[in-house]
Design a binder for this molecule. Structure first.
Ligand SMILES: [Fe+2]
Ligand SMILES: [Fe+2]
Length: 174
């Protein structure tokens, strides 16, 4: 992995640990998921798609938006590649790219740490960071809605899991 991505993973791990402490989630799992979440991100897209086919993970949605495949793919290869077999950690790794309905609090911590680690400086990042002072689920809903707005503004294709995740999180709207 490139130095740039490696450093992002270190920052994500550290921030995931901080958020885990804040929201009473298992800190070591959050740190591990943060460190591992982008394990497959720099694999060439054709390699990722081929691996997904081989592992029975391929869907039309991933073909349409291969950028989100590296989460689910990492969750499938990490047990063999690095011996990470904790289902809760693998779930957080899998779900960091799109979110999913029924996310665990660990899933949310890792999604938010990836999106809001200190080097992230997209417009609106500081407002989202401020929402981390409230309820975890509400911060997750705001972050996901921010992502969806951004994708729509760019005319991008949206993975259905991201929409399902957002609808599921509406329970937590304040
Ligand atoms: Fe990622
Ligand atoms: Fe990431």
């Amino acid at each position: 992995m490139s130095r740039e991505l490696y450093e992002h993973c270190l920052r994500t791990s550290k921030f995931a640990g901080e958020l885990a402490r804040r929201f009473d989630v298992e800190v070591d799992k959050a740190e591990r998921a943060g460190l591992l979440h982008d394990f497959c991100k720099e694999w060439p897209i054709p390699t990722q798609l081929a691996a997904a086919r081989r592992l029975g993970l391929w869907t039309r949605e991933f073909e349409a938006q291969p950028k989100v495949l590296h989460g689910p793919l990492a969750a499938r290869v990490l047990p063999e590649e690095l011996g990470e077999a904790d289902p809760a950690v693998l779930s957080a790794v899998a779900r960091h790219t799109t979110g999913a309905p029924g996310m665990s609090r660990l899933d949310m911590v890792v999604y938010l740490a990836d999106m809001l680690e200190p080097a992230r400086d997209f417009p609106g990042a500081d407002e989202l960071r401020a929402s981390l002072g409230g309820r975890l689920e509400t911060a997750m809903l705001r972050a996901l809605e921010h992502t969806l707005h951004h994708l729509i503004d760019r005319g991008a294709w949206i993975h259905p899991d991201a929409l399902l995740a957002r609808n599921d999180l509406l329970r937590f709207r304040e």
